[in-house]
Design a protein around this ligand. Structure first.
Ligand code: ZN
Length: 628
């Protein structure tokens, strides 16, 4: 029986009131923009999978109306109301968007006979529902092309809801994507995928009940749909800024923006509509320089530079900007100001972080010290609903200087459990830590309460009162957070302390993604599962021969590490695997039955496969986060 959430404390209530008084809530332009051009809605909104399970239901956010309750930051409440405006919308005649049907948007550009789809949502079910909604109102136009703006799953995962692989193979549908798309979309979801997905469950509040004391939205969109993720590789790679492609009479001019919000990303301009698709580089939030689920840190300097280029390329012509999340902005002046604000927030955070780190400030100190120019502070599109100033500047510090702040005290610290035990001893026992945390809680110093209570839980995880005060503290921090992902993290932490771990409810490392691994990526994915100590004394070699290409690899396990080479090798391997490239992923399963079923032949000493499998140690989808 889940524990009942608690009310907001007086401290949080007064914080919410202060924000209400300081931000320009009377500016309601965003509400006009988020609802402008509504063509039709899907009612009721729920989307189900083949088994009838609900994978998306925007109607569950119907509680988001009127003023913010005490338990939700009023700025986040406003953002969530905007994000739940759902339906098919006309951007300009000939360009339509389905919004509020997943974390992300899908956009439709009508050509002579058919339609070009820009981004396909996260899962096939929501993708298919969005296409059906579009066709219901705009006719049964065939999909002529798809553009993937970047390498994140919420922009390509729903593709099989729009088209089939046969449509691509027959040449009926072209798929455009930026250079590096396949590599990055797969690497990000596979190598560190288990950890990212577990952390993403916190970040998107996947296990939280929706409501004023639970999940209210993730800032970028409401949450992730939970259907099936597909991966259909692109047919046409875009690699040059200024490259122009015409499909079905629609002219598209591309701008490359690698290393911005995604490692592989592009923006595109539709000159015949005077419409700019800003992908995910200009949205109605301060985005992440480092997403809390974890990723390789992004480059806000490049991000700002590319947005300058966007303005220079099309700022004189553009009449509307739409993106892969949130609502469009209309009118040349407003579009350019929006792009400038977005550019300036990334440039400002980047430059000020470097200015301050060169004075010796560390990441957490910069996060505390930095202040924004009032014009950006009050620009709704630059508020930290998804990224935050606080965690973004720490990420910029990390990008340039890494995890170490230069203080030798931090070079070789005890691990959290050992520190916690020593703090408990210093305080006079875990009970004393708990009493101090409760005191801080009552005084509204939740940041200190979290630190002290966290030590108490790590020193003695079964201490019921320690868990309770830590959960209560996270809850208040969640209620006060303007950032949707901070709120989710805090409330998810409280939930796991109170009710136990919820694991990983949604995963993006889908079978379709695994099936598209290159042989090298597959070998890497296996190598990172090798349990080093278990494999110390193991020594084996396997040749992999692909039947549908000239590629041949030698895999070698020795010294606890699996390495590979495509160069010609001396001598024979212990075993040889002969496989079609598409069947190779069965190698990850390792057992003879799976290999045989996939049509993979093994010659030589087949027992080496079992020895390799025996040292594999896959990730834990339910690893502990708020407890040791
Ligand atoms: Zn996205």
């Amino acid at each position: 029986m889940p524990t009942t959430p608690k009310p907001a404390s007086a401290t949080v209530v007064s914080q919410q009131q202060a924000l209400l008084n300081s931000l320009p809530f009377s500016d309601t332009q965003d509400f006009e923009d988020a609802t402008r051009g509504l063509v039709g809605r899907r009612q009721p909104n729920a989307v189900t999978d083949a088994d009838g399970a609900v994978v998306w239901d925007n109607d569950t956010y119907a509680f988001l109306e009127g003023d913010a309750p005490d338990t939700v930051n009023p700025s986040l409440w406003r953002q969530s109301k905007l994000n739940t405006a759902e339906g098919l919308f006309e951007v300009v005649p000939g360009i339509y968007q389905v919004r509020g049907m997943d974390l992300s948007n899908t956009s439709f550009v009508e050509g002579d006979e058919g339609v070009i789809v820009i981004d396909t949502l996260l899962t096939n079910e929501t993708g298919a529902a969005a296409l059906a909604l579009y066709r219901e109102h705009r006719g049964d136009r065939p999909v002529k092309a798809i553009v993937y703006t970047h390498s994140h799953a919420d922009h390509y995962g729903g593709t099989k809801g729009f088209i089939s692989t046969e449509d691509v193979e027959s040449g009926a549908v072209k798929i455009f994507a930026p250079e590096g798309f396949v590599e990055h979309s797969i690497v990000e979801n596979v190598y560190a995928g288990t950890a990212m997905n577990r952390r993403a469950a916190y970040m998107f509040g996947a296990a939280l009940a929706r409501g004023p004391q639970g999940a209210v939205g993730a800032g970028l969109g409401q949450t992730l749909s939970t259907g099936e993720v597909s991966f259909v590789p692109p047919t046409d790679i875009i690699s040059t800024t200024g490259q122009e492609v015409t499909v079905d009479g629609v002219r598209m001019v591309f701008q490359m923006a690698p290393g911005t919000e995604a490692p592989s990303e592009l923006l595109l301009y539709l000159p015949d509509f005077k419409a700019l698709c800003a992908a995910e580089d200009a949205t109605h939030t301060l985005h992440n320089t480092l997403t809390l689920r974890g990723a390789v840190v992004r480059d806000p300097h490049a991000w700002a530079k590319y947005l300058t280029e966007t303005i220079d390329l099309w700022g004189g012509d553009v009449e509307v900007v739409f993106a892969s999340h949130h609502w469009p902005t209309w009118g040349k002046e407003r579009v350019v100001k929006f792009l400038q604000d977005q550019r300036d927030i990334y440039a400002y955070l980047h430059d000020q972080t470097l200015r301050m780190l060169n004075k010796g400030l560390t990441g957490p100190e910069i996060a505390e010290e930095i202040t924004l120019p009032p014009a950006l502070e009050n620009a709704w599109n630059a508020r930290g609903y998804y990224g935050s100033v606080s965690h973004n500047v720490k990420a910029i510090y990390q990008r340039y200087l890494g995890w170490f702040d230069g203080n030798p005290a931090h070079l070789w610290e005890h691990v959290p459990v050992e520190r916690a035990k020593r703090y408990a001893k210093l305080a006079g026992g875990v009970d004393a830590l708990v009493a101090n945390a409760r005191e801080a809680f009552d005084a509204g110093d939740f940041r200190w309460a979290a630190e002290v209570a966290n030590h108490a839980v790590f020193a003695q995880p079964d201490h019921a009162e320690a868990r309770e005060v830590l959960a209560d503290t996270y809850e208040q921090l969640g209620y006060g957070a303007e950032n949707g992902t901070w709120r989710d993290f805090y409330l998810a932490g409280a939930m796991e302390l109170r009710d136990g771990q919820f694991g990983t409810p949604t995963e993006t490392n889908a079978p379709d993604v695994i099936a598209n691994l290159t042989p090298e990526m597959l070998f890497d994915a296996i190598a990172i599962q090798v349990n080093g100590p278990r494999a110390w004394d193991e020594k084996l070699s396997i040749d992999v021969v692909l039947t549908d290409s000239d590629d041949r690899y030698r895999l070698r396990l020795a010294n606890g590490v699996l390495t590979y080479s495509a160069a010609p090798q001396q001598g024979d391997a212990d075993a040889t695997i002969t496989s079609a490239r598409a069947a190779l992923p069965a190698l990850a399963a390792g057992n003879p039955a799976a290999l045989a079923a996939a049509g993979i032949e093994v010659s030589g000493d087949a027992s080496v496969l079992g020895r390799l499998t025996a040292v594999l140690d896959p990730g834990d989808k339910n690893f502990a986060i708020v407890t040791p």
